[in-house]
Design a protein around this ligand. Structure first.
Ligand code: PEP
Ligand code: MN
Length: 242
């Protein structure tokens, strides 16, 4: 499973250009945030429901599926109608009421790990989802806060290894938020493929330096294409890419 797209949906030109490039590569899962949790209230917080309508329209026109983050219970109906894979973000991993409502939608759900969660906290957040009737759950490792400021977060391969060895539920790696440092994405994806992950998610942008959100970690379409080809061409054992 390869999920790619911008951190935030910005406008039609941006998303259509990204979606078209991804389509040419055969990527089926188009991500894009419409409701962004930003540290500063002055930062771009997404297009809101207009963003969801836009990603749905573009994904439909290119035969792709929509992956987007829900941030509030008030968005349940909007997501039920327009989003194929619902992302529960790191900041919402402990919002059990939101998890309960999303579980009831019976949609594939990507549960990101909170930056301050233990493996146990993360697994129990998943347990809340299953307890309330959710069925299709994908864990997304996106790193945890570290004592070391060298990278944005610290990716925890041990926890993913544990999940794959003992629980055998799907795990997707997000090295974009996990490191914030594009030169490491390829190696990290390869390392995680070696322990059996089911896919990866990368943030991409048609003009990375102008991205309104997470521009430092956004890959250009050329950089993404390069990584994608290197991984896909080397992955002769597990054909994870549809
Ligand atoms: C994102 O995927 O854009 C995002 C905000 O991720 P996280 O919740 O992991 O910080
Ligand atoms: Mn982001």
């Amino acid at each position: 499973m390869v999920i790619a797209g911008p951190c935030a949906i910005e406008d039609e030109n941006q998303l259509l250009s990204i979606s078209n490039t991804l389509k040419r590569l055969g990527i089926r899962y188009l991500r894009g945030g419409a409701f962004k949790h930003r540290t500063s209230p002055y930062s771009f917080a997404g297009l809101g429901k207009e963003g969801i309508y836009l990603i749905k329209k573009i994904a439909d026109s290119n035969g792709q599926l929509v992956v987007s983050e829900i941030t509030s219970e008030s968005q349940i109906d909007l997501f039920a109608e327009n989003v194929d894979i619902i992302q529960i973000g790191a900041r919402s991993m402990r919002n059990y009421e939101l998890i309960r409502l999303v579980a009831k939608l019976r949609k594939v759900t990507l549960l990101k790990r909170s930056m301050d969660s233990t493996l146990r906290d993360w697994l129990f957040a998943g347990e809340h989802f299953l307890y309330h009737g959710g069925q299709d759950l994908i864990f997304c490792e996106r790193g945890v806060t570290s004592f070391d400021p060298a990278f944005r977060n610290m990716i925890d391969i041990t926890s993913t290894c544990f999940i794959k060895e003992f629980l055998r539920v799907p795990v997707v790696l997000d090295p974009s938020h996990g490191t914030g440092f594009p030169p490491l994405f390829l190696s990290l994806i390869k390392a995680f493929l070696a322990i059996g992950i089911d896919g990866y998610m990368l943030e991409v942008h048609n003009v990375p330096e102008k991205a309104l959100c997470d521009s430092d970690q956004a890959l250009s379409m050329e950089e993404f294409t390069n990584i994608f080809h290197k991984i896909t061409n080397h992955d002769t054992v597990n054909s994870f890419h549809e």
